[in-house]
Design a protein around this ligand. Sequence first.
Ligand code: A2P
Length: 279
Amino acid sequence: MAGVPILTLNDGNTIPQLGLGVWQVEPAITARVVRDGIAAGYRLIDTAEGYDNEQGVGEAIRTADVAREQLFITSKLRNGGHARDLALGSFEETMLKLGLERLDMFLIHWPVPGQDKYVEAWKTLVELQQQGRIASIGVSNFNRDHLERIIGETGVTPAVNQIELHPYFPQRDKRDDLEGRGIRIESYSPLGSGDVLEDETIGGIGKAHGKSIAQTVVRWHIQQGNIVIPKSTHAERQRENIDVFDFELSEDKMRAISGLDRGEAGRTGGNPATNNDTF
Ligand code: A2P
């Protein structure tokens, strides 16, 4: 199996283009799931304080057959922790749970506009990066107005914006803006949380390459240049989702998949403009 490409971020650090997402992985099975992923070849692991499974990720890091330096670990600041003192405390808890001295990437999970503290959270992440505790800092679920504010107030551009992105919700309007700013797009719910796995158009395209729908969709993300983090608790599916480097989708096929866009109806998760949940 050909290797996962390595991308360079706007801060000069590098990141594997394909990783394992662990949203909705039960805490009790997380260590096993992440160990399976590492054995399958995943080096980027994407967790969050809000997933309640950082401890399991930490256990997997400690017990895996791969050196810590070869792994790229991402976590995300919880919504209720945007104030500076809370963010610093939350970050320390994350590091204890993961058992790490230094984190590869830390993201603001949601802007939570109703709370209006994401600029303070961003300043705190900048501070932690300057102290060397975090290599790369970024955001998740940020719209253009949120990005403009944090960049305007700090002069620091996030390395990535992790957003919901899949064939039914390709968010093409965001693409040019993020590319223009040098911010990498990281696709979460890349399989539409499972929604796209029955799609006949994608099925037909994949079949011509001897690939499953999941593989075809992961490949579609890769060819757009996005970082992509499919989730599966099954070792067999994890192996399937990373086995996407021996075929290529033509421009026509890429366009056909992008054409499945359902606009707002395709969204499976929260809307960043209105999501004010504080976990
Ligand atoms: P499971 O974890 O039981 O394997 P997303 O990454 O968009 O959030 O999608 C994750 C969903 O897709 C989960 O329900 C996961 O189920 C399922 N899934 C992931 N990979 C595959 C695959 N290769 N085949 C079928 N289902 C998959």
